[in-house]
Write a protein that binds this ligand. Structure first.
Ligand code: SF4
Length: 378
């Protein structure tokens, strides 16, 4: 049975319906009985257009939207890129936020825009000056790619950013996440896009626990993202998903006890026990000699990459990939998976795609160097 067949969307659970918390595994069984997400066969799901076939109780969607938007209003951080709709400024912030914490990015964002206040200024600058302005943020490749994008927009498009996701995707260095972020945060389009944190929040709210690995595929989570965007509120909604994943519904310490979405969350309360199990390094199944070999995992990685919508250029970050291919995958396994993927890349079977924004996730964790790296088929 594939992941697609296992996806269940639980009905709304009222806060007082079950005042005592059952054992996590008991809760998983209870919550696995609900509305099946009807998915087309894999061959029919290879489309650039987000699938519309995922169905969820509209009351559940409305409850999540209302709760998350209210939480965002009360808890949002005052971040400089939330005061602008300039697509160039949004692009700078999004590129800087890839693999770097918000607090660290803020002074660099301001200083960089002081140096290069317009896309034309960045495009015309000597590359050495751009790298110098980037110094301290790390991953200088991001700065070089950012300038290449600026040069393309300046020379090929007269300095004017396209407004829609499909056109943004055609810009060099712009992946699906960044295209959606620019369309939404600069042009207030109701775009659906997911990074690591957004994916985690959507999975927990609408599908269930995401550890030791997600039960919904990348594509299914993107489908959820599409139907969850409240019309006309895309900017606030996507900012809220990012903020909530960074501050409250974190990977390893979700603040379930004080969470206003507890009553409508499919992962609550089982998520706490599941995370504790993973932290203790519980392996759900003992591995055989072959099933523990690199050859075995190369096959599993390729199968997971093939499951992505290839012609849409979809990619997956290493953490999510790891949870797809290995039970009990933790951040400590990221360097191992990186080596497996590097081997596939050397053989021409995989390649790095756009790095995913991290937004505080994995802060201070050495494995975060690789965990948000996105990979795909060549
Ligand atoms: S109850 Fe816990 S897992 Fe669910 S949304 Fe809230 S913080 Fe996240």
């Amino acid at each position: 049975m594939g992941a697609v067949d296992r996806v269940r969307i639980s009905p709304v659970v009222m806060p007082n319906a079950n005042p005592t918390y059952p054992h996590p595994r008991q809760e998983v069984r209870e919550r696995s009985v609900g509305y099946t997400v009807p998915m087309k066969p894999q061959a029919e799901r290879q489309s650039l257009v987000p699938a519309k076939q995922t169905t969820i109780d509209p009351a559940k969607i409305a409850a999540v939207q209302a709760g998350l938007l209210a939480w965002f209003e009360a808890n949002r951080r005052d971040l400089p890129w939330r005061h602008t709709r300039d697509p160039y400024h949004i692009l700078v912030s999004e590129v800087m936020l890839q693999q770097t914490q918000v607090d660290r990015v803020i002074p660099y964002y301001r200083a960089f825009l002081d140096c290069f206040p317009t896309i034309q200024a960045l495009a015309a600058a000597p590359v050495a000056e751009v790298i110098k302005a980037w110094a301290g943020l790390g991953y200088n490749r991001r700065a070089v790619n950012l300038q290449r994008t600026a040069q393309h927009v300046t020379t090929e498009l007269g300095g004017v950013f396209p407004r829609d996701v499909a056109a943004l995707r055609r810009l060099p260095g712009i992946g699906p996440y960044t295209a959606g972020a620019i369309a939404c945060f600069a042009f207030e389009d109701d775009a659906a896009f997911v990074d690591t944190n957004m994916r985690r929040v959507l999975h927990r709210l609408f599908v269930g626990i995401d550890v030791p690995r997600p039960t919904a595929s990348e594509r299914e989570v993107l489908d959820l993202a599409v139907i969850a965007v409240p019309p006309g509120r895309g900017w606030a909604w996507n900012q809220a998903l990012i903020e909530f994943g960074a501050l409250d519904c974190t990977a390893r310490r979700p603040a379930c006890v004080i969470c206003p979405l507890q009553a409508v969350c499919c992962a609550f309360p089982a998520i706490q026990g599941a995370i504790a199990d993973v932290s203790r390094g519980v392996r759900l199944k003992p591995e055989s000699a072959f099933s523990g070999s690199n050859r075995y995992y190369r096959g599993r990685v390729l199968a997971a990459l093939r499951d992505l919508p290839v012609e849409a250029g979809e990619s997956i970050d290493l953490r999510s990939l790891g949870r797809c291919v290995r039970d009990g995958f933790t951040d400590a396994d990221v360097p191992w998976l990186y080596e497996v993927v590097q081997g596939l890349a050397r053989d021409g079977l995989a390649m790095a795609a756009e790095d995913a924004p991290a937004y505080d996730a994995g802060a201070g964790d050495p494995s975060s160097d690789y965990g948000d790296l996105r990979v795909k088929l060549p």
